[in-house]
Design a protein around this ligand. Structure first.
Ligand code: 5GP
Ligand code: ZN
Length: 131
């Protein structure tokens, strides 16, 4: 099977000096940190939607998942690996958790810096939308 067609690089993924998640990752806005390394940063959501609700971001500013490009493949992989590790560290692996990436305002994206929500610590019904 061929690789999916990914548009060529654009400038739209580059830094936004006013991005609140970049500021959190640079320690310019306080947050309760759950995990940090050279590539990813994870913090507790300010308005938790579950007993455990973590926001996990790449340190590099990518606007959203649709803006990710081939050169971000390693960062995207690191996000998933870190998500599983953070969930394990926070003790929600066995009870189950959900990873969510909202893309665009119609899907609930309110901060234009790609992020993964880690939601757990309670029953996570499926499907998550009303029948
Ligand atoms: P989105 O709605 O874009 O998918 O998710 C953004 C998330 O970031 C929301 O759940 C929101 O509560 C959280 N958030 C927004 N601003 C801040 C902040 O300044 N600090 C923390 N800890 N979380 C934030
Ligand atoms: Zn940013």
């Amino acid at each position: 099977m061929n690789e999916p067609a990914i548009p060529p690089s654009t400038a739209s993924a580059s830094a936004d000096p006013d991005c609140i998640f970049c500021k959190i990752a640079r320690d310019e806005i306080p947050a309760k940190v759950a995990y940090a390394d050279e590539h990813v940063f994870a913090f507790h959501d300010i308005h938790p939607q579950a007993p455990v609700h973590i926001v996990l971001i790449p340190r590099v500013h990518i606007r959203d998942v649709a803006d990710a490009r081939r050169e971000h493949r390693e960062e995207l992989g690191r996000l998933l690996l870190a998500a599983a590790a953070v969930a394990r560290d926070l003790g929600i692996e066995d009870s189950g958790y959900r990873l969510v990436i909202n893309r665009g305002p119609n899907a609930g994206q309110s901060v234009d810096h790609l992020h993964v929500h880690i939601l757990g610590g309670r029953g996570m019904g499926w499907p998550p939308w009303p029948e």
